[in-house]
Design a protein around this ligand. Sequence first.
Ligand code: FAD
Length: 1008
Amino acid sequence: MGLRRFIQASYFQCARTSGILKHVRYKPPSLVQWRYSGSSLYKAVIFDMGGVLLPSPYRVAVEWEVRNCIPPGTIKQALISGGENRPWMRYMRGELTSAEFLQEFGHQCSEIVSQANLSVPVDSFLSDLTSSQMSKQLPIMTEALECIRAEGLKTAVLSNNFYLHSGVSFLPLDRSQFDVIESCREGICKPDPRIYTLCLERLGVQPKESIFLDDIGQNLKAAAQLGIKTVKVDDPEAALKELESCLGFPLQGFVPHTRLVRPTMEIPKDPLQKYLEEVLGGWTTGPLILRQFSHGQSNPTYYIKFGDRHLVLRKKPPGNLLPTAHAVEREYRVLKALAEAGVPVPKVLALCEDSSIIGTPFYLMEYCSGHIYKDVSLPGLDPGQRRAIYMAMNKVLCKIHRVDLKAAGLEDYGKHGNYVQRQVQTWTKQYRATETHTIPTMERLIEWLPLHLPGNQKTTVVHGDFRLDNLIFHPEGPEVLAVLDWELSTLGDPISDVAYNCMAHYMPSDLDILKGLKDCDVTELGIPTAEEYFQMYCEHMGIPPIENWNFYMAFSFFRVAAILQGVYKRSLTGQASSAAAESSGKQVELMANLAWDFATKEGFRVFKECSAAKPLARPYSTWTRNGAFSRRNYVTMAPSSPAHISKAHLILSPDGLPGRAQDLYHKLRRFMEIHIYPAEQVLRVHQVSQSRWTPHPLIEELKIFNCSPPDTGNMEVLVRYGTEEQKERWLQPLLDGKIRSCFAMTEPQVASSDATNIESSVVEEKGFYILNGHKWWISGALDPRCQLCVFMGKTDPEAQRHKQQSMLLVPMDTPGITVTRPLSVFGEEDPPAGHGEIFFENVRVPKENILLGPGRGFEIAQGRLGPGRIHHCMRLVGYSERALALMKERVTSRVAFGKPLAEQGTILEDIAKSRAEIEQARLLVLKAALLMDTAGNKAAALEIAMIKMVAPLMALRVIDRAIQAFGAAGLSNDYPLAQFFAWARALRLADGPDEVHRTAVAKLELKR
Ligand SMILES: Cc1cc2nc3c(=O)[nH]c(=O)nc-3n(C[C@H](O)[C@H](O)[C@H](O)COP(=O)(O)OP(=O)(O)OC[C@H]3O[C@@H](n4cnc5c(N)ncnc54)[C@H](O)[C@@H]3O)c2cc1C
């Protein structure tokens, strides 16, 4: 089903065939010409199973009795006599297991044959009843079902059914074709009226809107009493004739994906027949049979059987159209050109631009028969076959993208260049035109996409709706016979087709508009992952993999979200049920969220690209005159490093950043203004509320930075020292922001600023480590999302001083861990993360959970010097900037003793000092950052120690001045100043006390 089609399908809530491999084949329709009035009374057809869809069980009973020399009629009598509590009824109601049933049924049969000692082998009767012979749906019924569903009616099975020995019910039918109501599951049997009512409820229809087929009179009678139309099935063929006349359409001659022509969509047959005779040559003649494809409301599409020819006609819809819309001429042109270029497409036969023949222009093509795979998980195939199907799809896409535009005469089939940009504009406009409410992720995407457009876009033919179910495959193998639905094709960026093609990989499997693969193990299924699929594409095309793949994925989902928003808007005003409208509304947000996930990934990629390892073209330098690093060797990387280090310059202001980083900076500022500042007060209120230990949903929604302590430090530890398994288990979910973590070093009994004092014990025992200790100030430990604790303890108290400690990864749900309380900082508990006091009592973790090995803990603590530390200082510069900004605002708007505060000398002095101090600290932080990026964390040890020593004190002074200028309000929770102050004060201890950093600076200075 193509993009347009799935949209229309979800809008009109068309009945869908799903989950099965469809064999597109042809069978001559009956010569009776049916015209669907479109006003059938009936909305649903309900079938009994045995004796209607499957062969009759009574016939099996008769044959079985003959074979087993059981008096004829025994089984039938046992089935029908004995009242409500007879074994058969109890079995049907699910009250007996198979074994229990067989025992009781056997007794009952023995009594019927009046030979108590004759054992009636009823188990073999049950085997016959469920044999493969009895499990085959009657072919005429299958076709009738297809015809019924093609006309949009619902179908159900209402069966008195039973559980097999295995505990599953006997139901050898394709469940995707029916709503299934089984007596053994519901505990009620036909003819109990409740089960019919239940069935009608599931179908959402009234009794008079449904028809019921059964082979048992009393079941039919009960249905009829409720007002349901009934058809008795003695002879299936005769019953279907009767059903046909009730429904008003034929129940044979099914052509997959088609139905009878709707009255508003009829086309005049005689002129069409004349035209066909001319185009196909005089010898083609015979009755003209027309059916309409269920999809394609946009450009109505018809199946034609004329003589022995099977054709497809595609026309413009009737009515006044925009000149460029529904351009069937374009479709004809591209199909013709592509066929000549070797792309498998349906063979076009003729274009008729003369509207006088059937009312609008149209074109004709050959009807192509083969398989269409509706379900991307390819049920029923083995892994090798699935892989082959995906590879064939990949190859055919490459074929499309490799078409030589000039040779194919398609150079003017669309604009060249900037395809994605134009698409983003178009879909943004469309979205705005149909917007019903603000969707934050769509707003972010509308801002983000234009800032991240791909640079070098190739121009090729793009299909625009390239998906598995737009391909017709050879019935016997993985060969694409035809690519369908070229309505959205144009010239554009080919990568957009590949990304669009991969969307199904990220969609959930229960989505009704498009079944996805997100919940499937694609590797097990044999289906390439999206990354493999894309790599395959690059290999086939002979191009290197592109870096901004995530952008293309984000764009694809954005596009679908924008389209679905249109559907949603229409469904609010149209005939769709409120449930359908609501579900399409939710789908917009789902698609937008998927798009934003990719945008976030792309953001991280760009960010990483901007930092570290890359020579940065920086216009400002504090050292350029003397050569940046002439006096000290900061190089810890490969010998090639000095060359690029010497090119690195310190950036003093955002406008010195490279273009992409500037984009990020501006985006970040806007993000802060739109999302963060307005949320501050809400979050402050939450932090003192009863529910403060549950993360506020806003935090989850806004969580895009994922750089909170102690997660960053722990991520760094895992990156540097974790094994592959440890990384997979803990690093990935931390990076994805799915879990939180804590770091447990500090202990109340010892001066913990000296890590060698730590006393917690780690004892090895039979493949495990047993942990015992008392920790406190463990940030993040109270967070309900905290799943990992990086624990520091002593493995060998007798070893050298710095070799006694080890670090271990401890899942927070390990028995023996008790978080007893949150500690408070100036009365604030910092929920929901908190700073916990924790007891570890005989906590057992597997040996593999140790980091780096026994005795390496101190080394790891030392190595934990990177981003986590500098982030604290960056935050402190940020608090200070905010404090100064708030102070400036306050002092210009408040008057004391006849003039604004801003004109008081001491205030001016405070502002000046604050600005200068912030600037000094910022420069030092930037220098440390530059060194970390270019020379490594170890080489930046001095600068890191200096900023740790300088930044908190600077922030405290600046915030203190701001609080003073605010008067009493500055101490309250109405402004963030008091909180900033508390945080800054805590940071003089939290990452090691100032004194320790000062000592480190002094020691390094003395060594210079
Ligand atoms: C908000 C907050 C969050 C925290 N989060 C964590 C966490 O997640 N995990 C964790 O393990 N710990 C955490 N801590 C604890 C923090 O790391 C320790 O408080 C810090 O290392 C100091 O240890 P201590 O409290 O035992 O002080 P002590 O080691 O007893 O030191 C007390 C004082 O002695 C003086 N002193 C110490 N060493 C020297 C020296 N070399 N020269 C001169 N004077 C010195 C200093 O004035 C110091 O403040 C957190 C603390 C706070 C306040």
